[in-house]
Every structure is written in C-alpha cells, then in structure tokens.
Design a binder for this molecule. Structure first.
Ligand SMILES: *Cc1c(COP(=O)(O)O)cnc(C)c1O
Length: 217
C-alpha cells in the first residue's frame, strides 16, 4: 500500500518484462478520495492523477493547480458530450473515447479551442452490455474514424470483466493497438497492474492501492 510501494512494484514489473520503468506512467486515481489524501500524494511529488467524473474533477483540481504545478490530469470515466468542453479544459488526457458522437464533438471543440487532450479509445474487450467502449470487432474502424477527424489518438484503454482473467483482455487490447500502430495502452488497476505491465501497459490506473479504500457516502 502507498505511493512508494506501488512505484517499487511498477519498477519491478517493468524490469521483469525487460521494459524501462519510465515506460509506464502511474495514474493515481483520486476519485472519491478525501482531499487530504490527495494532497499528501501531491506533497510527495506525484503529479499524474485520474478522475472518473468531470464534475468531481472540476470541483477539486483547479484549486490543487493553484497550489501545485505541472499537474497531469487524466479523465478515465464515461464522458457525456455535454460535458466534453469542460473535460477538455480540465484534463490533459481523456481515456474514454468510445463512440462516434463523442468523437465528432471532441473534433469540433478541438477546432474551436485550438487544442485537444491526448485521447485513448476505450475498448469493451469483454463485450459486456453494461460497459462502455467499442467492441473489439469494431475497433479498427473506429480508430480510423477518429484519426480521420484529426483527433490525437494515443492509444487504447480497457477495463476487464470483474470475474475473468485480466491478462486475456490485456493481450487482446495490446494486439488491437499493435495492428493499428498505437503505442499507448491504458490498462491495469490496483489488483492487476503488474500483469498489465507484463503485457505492455504504458499507463496503469491505480486508486485504492495508493490511497486506501474509497468510502462512498
Ligand atoms: C476507479 C478506477 C480505477 C482504479 O481502481 P482501483 O481498483 O482502486 O485501483 C481504474 N480505472 C478506472 C476506469 C476506474 O474507474
């Protein structure tokens, strides 16, 4: 538990996979966590964070940015088109591009604003009806569609089904990324980031293992 422990485990997993440890970015997922826990991670020097909800991110990160420089915020939760502009203003990366309507909205806003966060396309590797993401068989076409809109697509993201071996999903995501020439792989959470790193994760999203359990009110 804790930031240092997770950083050590990332370094170890990277080494075992014959990868450089700085090839893996640790996104500290701060959703729902009390501000003092987040602040202590900022005080420790960490700058890369993940949030699920635009509204929640808007409520806390502008103030942290006044206090700490170079914060790199990643939005990792489902994004409604009516929150896209705020999301683009708040975050440096969005991991949940998952449908044509959102791609079109982001492209239009990027034109208007003159910049766009780095984007990851979410793939529903487990083909779960309740989960967002493009289906694996539709992913090549959707990646091409997003690129045709000039969107800065950096990679792919997945959240494996809770009751399945995550490695199979990580391997599938890596395969889709590779055949599309995408280098970014956002995969791996508290319980499985080491196997994600073994399969090529460039961004691991770790919440509870750093901050402790989330307490929902
Ligand atoms: C909450 C969340 C995480 C972090 O989960 P932990 O199990 O606490 O590490 C990672 N990715 C996404 C998309 C999440 O919603």
């Amino acid at each position: 538990m804790g930031l240092q422990d997770i950083q050590d485990r990332i370094a170890k997993a990277a080494k075992a996979a014959h990868r450089q440890k700085d090839a893996v970015t640790l996104i500290a997922v701060s959703k729902v966590q009390p501000n003092e826990r987040v602040e202590s991670i900022l005080q420790a020097g960490h700058r890369v964070f993940g949030e699920n909800k635009v509204q929640e991110a808007a409520g806390k990160w502008p103030a942290f940015r006044q206090q700490f420089d170079a914060i790199d915020l990643h939005l990792i939760g489902p994004l409604q088109t009516n929150k896209a502009r705020l999301a683009m203003e708040l975050a440096q990366s969005i991991h949940t591009l998952d449908r044509p309507k959102l791609a079109n909205t982001l492209a239009r806003l990027a034109q208007e604003i003159g910049s766009c966060p780095d984007l990851f396309i979410q793939v529903n590797t487990g083909e779960e009806p309740q989960k967002s993401g493009v289906l694996p068989q539709d992913s090549d076409a959707f990646i091409a569609e997003a690129r045709a809109l000039d969107l800065p697509v950096k990679g792919l993201m997945c959240i494996p089904p809770i009751d399945e071996e995550p490695s199979l999903h990580f391997a599938l995501l890596a395969k889709i990324a590779e055949r599309n020439g995408l280098s970014g792989l956002s995969m791996g959470m508290s319980s499985d980031f080491e196997s994600a790193i073994a399969l090529g994760a460039t961004h691991v999203r770790v919440g509870s293992a750093i901050f402790g359990d989330r307490v929902y009110e």
